[in-house]
Each structure stands twice: as structure tokens, then as C-alpha cells.
Design a binder for this molecule. Structure first.
Ligand code: NAI
Length: 291
């Protein structure tokens, strides 16, 4: 209720076309979600194969959402493979969801800046880099904001709208307008490591992992969290998010010591639900303990 009361006022600017760069875990889901909510989305990646895979996966998502053949066909037609990146020219919103490397992101935005519409919203989905650092090489660094989706996009109602030190207020409000237009809840946050949600959530998850190293059973921790009222325990949540992502966030926030149980699992490519094993073994989308 507090968040709703503080929801930013949306603007008259109407985003209709989205261009997403990076068709991996997040980019494809973001494009698919925008399409499911009535927008047109062009999807760019270095790899045509990755784009095709992403679009195919979104086709399955859209099928669950649109019941008539005509509506499904119309939605699918709004999701467009765009390896050349031509969609950037007409897009109202450009969302970057490429590899988490500052130099690569900076280079991408530098090349984009001269091609986009004057009122287009320029955003990065980075989870750990500073918005102002990514924006630094831009001629107009005030233009860039963060739009930080959570994984899995279709199930997570909250999206952080991240204000970098230089981000202009009208761009931040446009970010909130866009997030609202796609049926998500915008939470405006500062560009500090972990933004707001991960900064609060990570210590809880990392402490749960530290308890396991001290001999506590993971099942007991997760059941305790559930009994407390959490929809899912912290260890099951870590496996669901992906242990590589957790390890990365843990390191950025200085919460994950080198050589931890988490590090060992990541080194062994046991990344959780997505690889079939992490802290738990996963079968048919559920951990072996059958929560
Ligand atoms: P991913 O590795 O699954 O996908 C990245 C894609 O970007 C790859 O398909 C790659 O081919 C493509 N790519 C790399 N450089 C490119 C370039 N110059 N031009 C076009 N495409 C390029 O990565 P993921 O997990 O989707 O992460 C993307 C971004 O989203 C990162 O900034 C990450 O921090 C952020 N993020 C990730 C979350 C997650 O749970 N995985 C959650 C929230 C944010």
C-alpha cells in the first residue's frame, strides 16, 4: 500500500515499440512480456540462433496467454527478430540486456546514441553496474536510466527504475510510465550496488548459505522461512534465481567469501534449477525435497 501510494505519476508519453538488445535469459523474456502486453518488440543479439531460440520460447509463453488463434498470431507477429538492430531507430523504448561488462555496454550505448528518436527512453537492465558509469561516454548521459527486471520476468511484478547520478527526472518518470504500461510495478531506486531489492535480499540469502556451511540442514532453513510466511525459502530461491547470479551479487556486496559452498557449486556448473542441480537436485521444475 505504501508503495502504491508513492507510485510515480505516469506521463502522456505512450510507449508502443520496444527494442531489446540481448536475447539471453532476460532479454528474450523482457521482449516477450512487452509483446504479451500489447507492444511491438524487436529483439537483437550478436547471435541469430539465440534470437530464434528466444522467440521460440516466447511463442510457448504467448500460447498460454492468448487463447484464440487470431490473438496468438497477432501477438507472435509483434515479436520481431532483428539481428541487424534496425528497430532501434523507431523504438520508443530501448532496453539493453547484454553481457554484464562495463566496456561492452558503454560501446553499445555510444554506437546507439545518434540513431535513436529524440524522445526514446534509453535503459539498461544491468543488475550490478553503476548507471552513471555506463552512461559516461554518452553525449547526453542524463538520458540513461536502469530498468531492472527480476527473473523470471513473467512472474515478478516489481521492476526497479534506477536513477543514476546524472539521470534526468523526466527520463526516470518515463521509465515508470513504461513499466506501468507493461503491467508491472515500478519502484524508483538509487544506483547503489544491489539497488534496493537485491541489497536487502542478498544478506538474507547469503546468511542462509553460511548456516549450511556451519552444519544446518538446507531443508530446515527453507521450511523455517516458509513457516515464517515466505512463499519460498532462501535456498530454494537461490537455486531458482541461479547460483551464478547469486554468487555475482554476493561478491559485489562483499557478502560471499572466496571458496564458499556457493563458489564450489558454481565452479562445478551446478547453477540451480536451470542446470538441474544446485543446492537441491531439480526434477520437473521442483526441488527433490518436494516443497
Ligand atoms: P545472457 O548471457 O543470458 O544473455 C546476454 C546476451 O547478450 C547473449 O545472448 C549475448 O549473445 C548477447 N550479447 C552480448 N554482447 C552483445 C552485443 N554487443 N550486442 C548484442 N547482443 C550481445 O545474460 P542475462 O542473464 O540475460 O543478463 C543480461 C543482463 O541482464 C545483464 O546486464 C545482467 O546483469 C542483467 N540481469 C540478469 C538477471 C538474471 O537473473 N540473469 C536478472 C536481472 C538483470
Amino acid at each position: 500500500e505504501l508503495l502504491k501510494a508513492q507510485a510515480p505519476k505516469t506521463q502522456a508519453w505512450k510507449p508502443l515499440r520496444v527494442h531489446v538488445i540481448g536475447a539471453g535469459t532476460m532479454g528474450a523474456d523482457i521482449a516477450g512480456w512487452c509483446v504479451a502486453n500489447g507492444m511491438e518488440a524487436t529483439l537483437q543479439d550478436l547471435s541469430e540462433e539465440v534470437i530464434a531460440k528466444g522467440i521460440k520460447a516466447q511463442g510457448r509463453v504467448l500460447k498460454r496467454r492468448f487463447k484464440t488463434k487470431a490473438a496468438l498470431a497477432a501477438a507472435k507477429a509483434r515479436l520481431i527478430a532483428d539481428a541487424a538492430g534496425d528497430g532501434v531507430v523507431h523504438a520508443d523504448v530501448i532496453i539493453e540486456a547484454i553481457v554484464e561488462r562495463l566496456d561492452v555496454k558503454q560501446e553499445l550505448f555510444r554506437a546507439l546514441e545518434g540513431r535513436i528518436k529524440p524522445d526514446a527512453l534509453l535503459a539498461t537492465n544491468t543488475s550490478s553496474l553503476e548507471i552513471e558509469a555506463i552512461a559516461e561516454p554518452l553525449q547526453d548521459p542524463g538520458r540513461l536510466i536502469g530498468i531492472h527486471f527480476f527473473n523470471p520476468v513473467a512472474q515478478m511484478p516489481l521492476v526497479e527504475v534506477v536513477r543514476g547520478a546524472a539521470s534526468r527526472e523526466d527520463e526516470v518518470l518515463k521509465g515508470a510510465t513504461f513499466v506501468t504500461a507493461i503491467g508491472k510495478f515500478p519502484l524508483i531506486t538509487k544506483s547503489v550496488p544491489g539497488f534496493l531489492v537485491n541489497r536487502v535480499l542478498a544478506p538474507y540469502m547469503m546468511e542462509a548459505m553460511a548456516r549450511i556451511e556451519k552444519g544446518e540442514e538446507k531443508e530446515r532453513i527453507d521450511e523455517a522461512a516458509r513457516a515464517f510466511g515466505m512463499p519460498m525459502g532462501p535456498i530454494e530461491l537461490a537455486d531458482t534465481v541461479g547460483l551464478d547470479v547469486c554468487a555475482h551479487v554476493g561478491k559485489i556486496l562483499g557478502l560471499s567469501p572466496e571458496g564458499s559452498h556457493l563458489d564450489r557449486l558454481v565452479a562445478a556448473k551446478k547453477l540451480g534449477k536451470k542446470t538441474g542441480e544446485g543446492f537441491y537436485v531439480w526434477k520437473d521444475g521442483k526441488p527433490d525435497k518436494g516443497f
